[in-house]
Unconditional design. Structure first.
Length: 263
């Protein structure tokens, strides 16, 4: 009976990972969210699938995620097979900024970088370390962090994407950190991976006109790198591809960055 814990499970990719994993009654799925909304789609999903357990835990709060791991341990008898750190954070006020727009001010610069880094680097470490004792006792012993191709230097240079600076740097830091975990945890048989989920449509509801126009610009840029990109993929397709990567993950590819569609 494989067990999975997914952070950032309230919506988008996280909720879809929970939904797909819950289709197998033999799986135990822990959906970790910052706060529980009883009227949310995730709550309805959990009502329909008794193998889903919703746990409150904020990856950017060390004590909160430690408490979540403690609750998970009680549910799973101290063992966890797979941790998926899906939590993500984007500061839209600075998302369009390029490197030359970093301010000459210490506090403003800290704020410029902090939000995505707090989730992708600090939060990834806190979540991993909190659940690591459970992973060590699990059977599959796998840890996946969801990264982005925006952190890939080749993608940046071929597309000319100079924006999303803080977000891209945060994801690049995640990639390095997951490799460091692989090096440290290999003697314990634990495998890690950073998965690029693709260009995914996680927007819920109608898209405002400015978003539609921005997506057209991004698509033209991304096609310079990969002409096969015809638009955003669905959360259903992306989640399915990610789970295939996790299922196939072995020691030989531990610590690497994998673009899910290429696996």
């Amino acid at each position: 009976m494989p067990s999975y814990a997914i952070t950032g499970a309230s919506k988008g990719l996280g909720r879809e990972l929970v939904r797909q994993l819950a289709q197998s009654p033999s799986n135990t799925v822990l959906a970790i969210v910052r706060s529980l909304d009883p009227s949310s789609p995730l709550a309805a999903l959990a009502q329909a699938h008794p193998n889903i357990h919703i746990i409150t835990g904020n990856v950017t709060d060390p004590q909160s995620i430690l408490a979540a791991a403690k609750e998970a341990s009680a549910i799973l008898d101290g063992k966890l097979d797979v941790l998926i750190h899906n939590s993500n954070s984007v500061d839209m006020t600075t998302f369009s900024h390029s490197p030359t727009q970093v301010p000459f001010d210490l506090e403003a610069t800290r704020q410029f970088y902090e939000e995505p880094i707090r989730t992708a680097v600090w939060g990834a470490a806190w979540a991993t370390n909190a659940f690591l004792p459970l992973i060590e006792k699990g059977d599959l012993k796998k840890i996946a962090h969801i990264t982005s191709s925006m952190a890939n230097n080749e993608v940046i240079l071929k597309t000319g994407v100079d924006y999303a600076l803080a977000y891209s740097i945060a994801k690049a830091g995640m990639n390095v950190q997951i490799a460091k975990y692989a090096a440290e945890l290999a003697p314990k048989g634990i495998k890690t991976v950073a998965i690029c989920p693709g260009w995914v449509d996680t927007h819920e509801g109608p898209k405002p006109p400015q978003v539609v126009e921005a997506l057209k610009v991004m698509q033209a840029q991304f096609q310079k790198w990969d002409p096969s990109i015809k638009g955003q993929i669905s959360v259903e397709e992306s989640a399915s591809e990610q789970l295939r990567v996790i299922e196939a993950l072995d020691a030989a590819r531990s610590g690497t960055v994998i673009r899910s569609k290429d696996y």
